[in-house]
Write a new protein. Sequence first.
Length: 329
Amino acid sequence: MTRTPVNVTVTGAAGQIGYALLFRIASGQLLGPDVPVNLRLLEITPALKAAEGTAMELDDSAFPLLKGIEISDDPNVAFDGANVALLVGARPRTKGMERGDLLEANGGIFKPQGKAINDHAADDIKVLVVGNPANTNALIAQAAAPDVPAERFTAMTRLDHNRALTQLAKKAGVTVDAIKRLTIWGNHSATQYPDIFHAEINGKNAAEVVGDEKWLAEDFIPTVAKRGAAIIEARGASSAASAANAAIDHVYTWVNGTAEGDWASMGIPSDGSYGVPEGLISSFPVTVKDGVYSIVQGLEINDFSRARIDASVKELGEERDAVRSLGLI
Ligand SMILES: NC(=O)c1ccc[n+]([C@@H]2O[C@H](COP(=O)([O-])OP(=O)(O)OC[C@H]3O[C@@H](n4cnc5c(N)ncnc54)[C@H](O)[C@@H]3O)[C@@H](O)[C@H]2O)c1
Ligand SMILES: O=C(O)C[C@H](O)C(=O)O
């Protein structure tokens, strides 16, 4: 039976993450090796030519699953019939820019995109926001889409999750596939909290296997939380291939589910679990079945974790208050 292609919209398609992402989507890595896709590329007008160049290269790759490519600078066109939307394009912070200016500039992007998703996307739309500040940009887009279930708007913390897996694996002298149930809590920012207290290494409690709280507090957590800045310092540009890889992982997991006995980290609208105020888009441990995610319940949160989760959630609350006072939500 021939499957109907899934419409995947990617914003910021001519940027560096876009370049690392589009070829992997077209090859079947986002949704699965038997799922045909139509790509819809959204860019700002001055970047349309560069997006056309990327589309030429996609054509030249002759991906059997790629059934069509459309390029537009109009969100109403790019999100028309979208089943999956990857919101990558954002306004980066530039020299001298205040935090409020950054939020306002991104509001100018994510509010109209949220409205276009509301008005034109398919009923089963799933949205992943990658562009920073990802959690609050997702909140802005979600608030502008009142007809779309709030839980369809998610923010990416999978890169943080993957970074934490590797740091923990190195410390324990294992490979990443030995680790399960690691969690990123909170914001995709330096306040995020990578939690190993519920994680397992070859079935044993990770915190006990490591047995080194000093390393946890002074090495592991800051290394993961500040990894984005370290990449910028080293490359002279922010992470691109690893960010695209995490976006692929996030959507693949959301569509195809988590493995038995494991979970993933996703930035999702809080239902009030673990004391995170309802509605904030915060990272949680989730399991996914049949395209629907659920927050892992019943985890005991010790004082060490509680203080760090609270600090990151506090920052999310402040970002929400700032965009609220700007009239963006
Ligand atoms: N959540 C994460 O883990 C994570 C990781 C890495 C990067 N990021 C963020 O992802 C974003 C993109 O990074 P990049 O390296 O690809 O940046 P980039 O500057 O290379 O590309 C961004 C692209 O977005 C486009 N764009 C700007 N406004 C747009 C709009 N209104 N509609 C459509 N496109 C628009 C730009 O023209 C540009 O081509 C940044 O905000 C970055 O901070 C997030
Ligand atoms: O783009 C950035 O500011 C960093 C990025 O969010 C990352 O975590 O690599």
